[in-house]
Design a protein around this ligand. Structure first.
Ligand SMILES: [Fe+2]
Ligand SMILES: [Fe+2]
Length: 178
């Protein structure tokens, strides 16, 4: 009654879990759009997924993971693994952002991204979060910093030209077959 409810909590772990759920919902929306054969909507949802994951991963790498490395040293190896998984996620995201929805591998790319994210989120929530909870980290204070950074990153992502700058970085233009 007197505190913030879960949806508004500034606790770092609640914030991250809300993000995870939001992306999971977007992947479900993508599946629904696929069934409806709505290519334009699929492209829009995929773009939202890529943007949300990029903001989330950056926030974790800049604030959450360093706090864990510093204050929860027993989780360092898991954090290192998570950081490496982010690199793979970013690679898939970059390929998707450069690919048209007509690319024959576009849907498969989103599917692989979804499976990879599921695996990554499971490890964070089941292995890393409990260690963060048991550490001396002030999760409310950390959550406030993360929420602030998330707003900045989201605004930068939505700024005019952000997408075209991304497109002109010389990366490939399609989801390539292995
Ligand atoms: Fe992560
Ligand atoms: Fe995460």
């Amino acid at each position: 009654m007197f505190g913030l409810n879960d949806a508004e909590s500034t606790n770092a772990l609640d914030l991250l879990k809300r993000d995870h759920k939001e992306v999971d919902d977007l992947f479900q929306q993508f599946e629904d759009a696929k069934e409806d054969g709505n290519r334009k909507l699929r492209g829009e949802i995929a773009a939202q997924i890529c943007a949300a994951l990029t903001v989330h991963a950056t926030m974790e790498e800049e604030i959450f993971y360093p706090a864990l490395r510093k204050n929860a040293t027993d989780v360092k190896d898991l954090v290192d693994e998570a950081a490496v998984e982010h690199q793979t996620l970013k690679d898939i995201i970059e390929r998707l952002q450069a690919a048209p929805t007509s690319d024959p591998l576009f849907d498969a790319g989103v599917k692989v991204l979804s499976e990879y994210v599921k695996h990554h989120v499971k490890e964070e929530e089941h292995e890393i979060f409990p260690k963060a909870k048991g550490s001396d980290i002030d999760l409310d204070q950390l959550g406030e910093r993360m929420a602030q950074r998330k707003s900045e990153l989201t605004a930068a992502m939505a700024a005019p030209g952000a997408r075209s700058r991304k497109r002109s970085n010389g990366k490939g233009t399609t989801v390539r077959k292995p």
